[in-house]
Structures are given as C-alpha cells and as structure tokens.
Design a protein around this ligand. Sequence first.
Ligand code: NDP
Ligand code: 2IT
Length: 444
Amino acid sequence: MKAIEVLEDLKRRFPHEQEYHQAVFEVLESIEEVYNQHPEFEKANLIERLCIPDRIFSFRVTWVDDKGNTHTNMGYRIQHCNAIGPYKGGVRFHSSVSPSILKFLAFEQTFKNSLTTLPMGGAKGGSDFNPKGKSATEVMRFCQAFISELWRHIGPDTDVPAGDIGVGGREVGYMFGMYKKLTREFTGTFTGKGLTFGGSLIRPEATGYGNVYFLLEMLKTKGIDIKGKRCLVSGSGNVAQYTCEKLIEMGAIPVTLSDSNGYIYDPEGITTEKLEYVKELKELYRGRISEYAETYGCKYVANARPWGEKGDIALPCATQNEINGEEAKALVANGVIAISEGANMPSTPEAIEVFQQAKLLYAPGKASNAGGVSVSGLEMTQNSERISWSTEEVDSKLKWIMQNIHENCVKYGTEADGYVNYVKGANIAGFIKVARAMMSQGII
Ligand code: NDP
Ligand code: 2IT
C-alpha cells in the first residue's frame, strides 16, 4: 500500500471531498509502514474497506417554521465501520454540513472509538440545518422530522447517535422522544440523554474534561506543571466550556474563547464565575461571545481566531481546520509548549507539520477528544444494565481511559529520538484493533 496512491484513487472516485481526503491521508501516512508489514492485509484489500464507509444514508428533511413556512434541509448518516461494535458517533447541525465533512468525521470516529477500549464502531450524521436564530419549537420540529426518516437505520445494537456541533442535550432529547414514539421502545439508542431518562453523569463534561486529562498526561512526560499556564481556548460551546472548567480546576488560566464571529481575550483569566456566565449566555440565550467582552470589559476581535495571542497551551475546541500553518507558526513563535485538540481535525496538515517540526507536545483530536464518546460508551453500558453509576465512578473510568489512550500513543508513536508523535501513535493503535477485527470477520 502506498498512501499517496490510495489518496489519488479516492480523489478520483470521490472528487471535491477535501475534508475526507485530508482525514484519510493523515491516517494512511501514519499506518503505511505497519500495514505493509502484513501482506495478509494487502491481500484482503483491507485499505479500501477501511477508507470507504459501509453505507451512507441521505434524505430530505422537511419542516415548518413558526410562521408556517415550509423548509427543506438535507439529512445524512454515514455508517463507516462496525468491525468492533455498533456504529457510534455524533450528529451535527450546521449550515456547512456536507457529505465530505460527515465522511471525514465518521472515518475519524472509527479510529477514535477503537482507542477508547470500548466496543464501538464509527459513524457520524447531521444536517445542513442552521440552528442559529431558530426557536425551541422550530428546533423540536426539525429534530422530529430528521428522526422520522433516520429511525429505521439506528438502534441500540445497530447505530447509536449522540451530539456534536449544534446538537446538545436539548436536541438529543427531542430526537430520542421521536425515536421512542416511532419504535414504541425505550432503549439506549442515543447517548447524551437527559439524566432523568437514561443519560450518564459526566457525559456533558466528558469531552472537555477528557481533553484536559490527556493534556495532563502529555505534560507529565516532560515534568511540566499545568498550574499558572495561560491557555488559548477556541470555541465557546460544549467542549470549550468544559475544557475551561477543568483547566480552572487544575489551576491553569484560560484567557480566550471564540465563536464563528470572533474571539475574546481576557488577560485576567476566565474564572469560574465568568464561565457560568458563558454557559448561560450560550445554552440559555444562544448569545454571541462578543457579549462577554461587553460584560467584563475585555478585548474582542471580530472575524478572527485567538491564535495570535500569547499563551503557553492551545486548546482548539471549535471546528475543523481552525488553525492554519501561519497561525501555527505564530503559536510556536509565542512560545506555546502544548496543543491539545478538543475539536475534530482543527489543525490543517501544514499546522501539524509546524507543531511536530518544533517538537511540541501535540495531541490530535482522535486521542485528546475521545473522552466524549468514551462516556457515551459508558452510557450505553449503564443503559444495557439498567443502572446508573455515580459521578466518581464515571469520572474515574474516564480518567483511566484517557490515560490508556495516552499510553498507547506513546507505545506506537515514540520516534528514534524519543519524541512522541501522537498522530502516528493514535493512528496506529486505532488501526491495529480495527484491522484485526476486520480480518477475523472475513471479506464482508
Ligand atoms: P457546540 O455547538 O457546543 O459549540 C461549537 C462552538 O464552535 C461554538 O462556539 C461555535 O460558534 C464554534 N464554531 C462552530 N463552527 C464554527 C466555525 N465554522 N467557525 C468558527 N467557530 C465555529 O459544539 P461542540 O462544543 O460539541 O463541538 C466543538 C468541536 O468538538 C467540534 O469539532 C466537534 O466535532 C468536537 N467534538 C465534540 C464532542 C462532543 O461530545 N460534543 C466530542 C468530540 C469532539 P457559533 O456558535 O458561532 O457557531
Ligand atoms: O466527535 C465525537 O466524538 C462526538 N461528537 C461524540 C460522539 C458520541 O457518540 O458521543
């Protein structure tokens, strides 16, 4: 297998899917050597089955707004691979959602889920529905319309959706409600559910907390204390909020947050009280991060990202390709020591190159943001057993899983000079488990 040839073939067969090509190539480059040590993989043409999703559903979602106007959006579910467990992955509602973006996310999810130690395959779904400015009843009707099509293709042992950008506890609740009505079954088909109907404690916090647990493991390898470190965080949604919460708890100082309109820089640091304000602003009022700057009198920069500010650690928690090569160079020039990704594929290939050339601690999202889906996996276990674990039980399992992922990255990613290439480590560790399972199950 030659990574570049596989990529060229995928580009020819699936043109104009830039994000999908980007995600696939990053993995192929990392696993090329290991893959080629196993002639049985090549003989079974494992690589094509690994890169191309098992199936893709795409469908029309029609809904009526509060004024009585009818709208149509596209809905999708990409079931990428169920070699190690039922398909599992989030649902994204954002105007940018396309088959390419969901294919990249489902592909990444397959390797991420493999790293979690739990039995989950990879999937992703979503819609180009834009939740901004929509009322709660409009969001509910949209979720119901989306599920009235998708319900046939999901189930507790088939495919278990959850949240992602634009989809949080409220949306999961609406989707679960419609799913339950159509199937007449109360099962653990969604994760990220409310605590009163099968949700797990710590699931809302899990991605952000897990991101910081992973960062702590990386810092430990260099004997660096997180206390007092100034952190550049992007995004202001679920992952950004709980990344900040854990950073504050650990004694670090988050100084930035952002949304699609711009970023705030608070040199005094985002405190617990200010973070509570952000949670309310975003969850209850669906406001803009610029309002933070108005409330606390700090700097706001419109139409920009925070990577030009000075900080010790960067935690991108908004979206894909939000750090480009130039921004990565600015981070390095400003003395950043570690980058821990809460978002999926936030760094472009050029940015990753810059971080790795500078020998920084750099964690790719599929390792550092795996805490969210890990606690989703724990929610599935609790649902199957019809029990609920305590906060402490879930949090300690989450910690253990993040430490385990870190260990595997070190095991498979340590280079001759001792530098830990976390991209390589995560990709190889994730790949090996999936490949072995696929080989055992025959050509299907
Ligand atoms: P939310 O919808 O809660 O928050 C998303 C945040 O990112 C918002 O602040 C949003 O700003 C910003 N954002 C979204 N798109 C863009 C864009 N194109 N440009 C600039 N800013 C943008 O989503 P999550 O916090 O759940 O997800 C954030 C990232 O984390 C995503 O990459 C997601 O895939 C990843 N992730 C999420 C997990 C989870 O459990 N939720 C698990 C693992 C990874 P605005 O409000 O202006 O759109
Ligand atoms: O990207 C991700 O890992 C998620 N959005 C969470 C998926 C999940 O099933 O909890």
